[in-house]
Design a binder for this molecule. Structure first.
Ligand SMILES: Nc1ncnc2c1ncn2[C@@H]1O[C@H](COP(=O)(O)OP(=O)(O)OP(=O)(O)O)[C@@H](O)[C@H]1O
Ligand SMILES: [Mg+2]
Length: 238
């Protein structure tokens, strides 16, 4: 059995005419963390959305645990134990925190109780906010709810689009600590991040996307140590 939970092979996708991402090849191993970095507009979100089935792939194959999910709808992809947390609009603002978590358990509602206990364990701050409408939460609290909702699916692969965006420095650290805990529980994570250095420090694999292609992929420590990557993408210039 292959150790890959995700294999993207020669994936192309886009919105109108022309492709946004071209020939993307990325594999993610079980219980590992992969971080994708790269400039704005490089196609990072488009790639994650394509894996989640939100954007249709035009060519290539996407395999989840060996199953070809290319062309499946987002709900069918999530039945293969994939959870996706979008960059924006990732919670139901008019619902309470608990109602949001319930939405995450839609595939197996009977498992709600055990899973919610696990989510509250990872994000203890949510305990006091159970009946608060998500629209009234701070940015950091909303990210916890979005993350928690994704974990309610009990995914094998978690797709996170900029999980630390808009968080205070302390919250950013907490977010990456939780991401590591989630990996330790056996879940693989593929995330896009602008906090590139911090994200790569907790990652196994790093990839640079540029103009819709994978410009570089290697171990996270390799990327952290690469001078060109540091100058162009890690914000360590001057
Ligand atoms: N729904 C859409 N319809 C048409 N074009 C889109 C759509 N979403 C994104 N694009 C275009 O696709 C390109 C890649 O966008 P994408 O959001 O994937 O980049 P990104 O690498 O995630 O950027 P960022 O770092 O800013 O989040 C951009 O040129 C963007 O304008
Ligand atoms: Mg993006």
């Amino acid at each position: 059995m292959s150790n890959a939970i995700l294999r993207a092979e020669g994936v192309y996708s886009g919105y109108g005419r022309g492709d946004i991402i071209s020939d993307v090849n990325i594999s993610v191993d079980r219980a590992s963390i992969t971080t994708i970095i790269g400039p704005n507009g490089a196609g990072k979100s488009t790639f994650i959305k394509t894996v989640a089935g939100v954007v249709r792939r035009r060519a290539g194959r996407i395999l989840i645990d060996g199953y070809d999910v290319s062309g499946m709808s987002p709900s069918d992809v999530s039945r293969h134990a994939v959870a996706y947390v979008p960059q924006e609009r990732n919670i139901f603002r008019s619902l309470t925190v608990m109602e949001n978590l319930e939405m995450g358990a839609w595939i197996e509602p009977r498992k709600f109780d055990s899973r919610v206990a696990r989510v509250l364990d990872l994000f203890p701050a949510l305990n006091a906010l159970k009946v608060v409408r998500a629209g009234n939460l701070s940015g950091g609290q909303r990210q916890m709810v979005a993350f928690g909702m994704a974990l309610m699916v009990e995914p094998k692969l978690l797709l996170l689009d900029e999980p630390s965006a808009g968080l205070s420095p302390v919250m950013v650290e907490q977010m990456f600590a939780v991401i590591q805990q989630v990996r330790e529980s056996g879940i693989a994570i593929m995330m896009v991040e602008q906090n590139a250095i911090q994200a790569l420090r907790v990652s196994d694999v790093g990839a640079v996307m540029s103009a819709g292609r994978v410009a570089m992929i290697g171990s996270a420590s390799e990327l952290l140590g690469d001078r060109e990557v540091a100058e162009l993408y890690l914000g360590t210039r001057t």
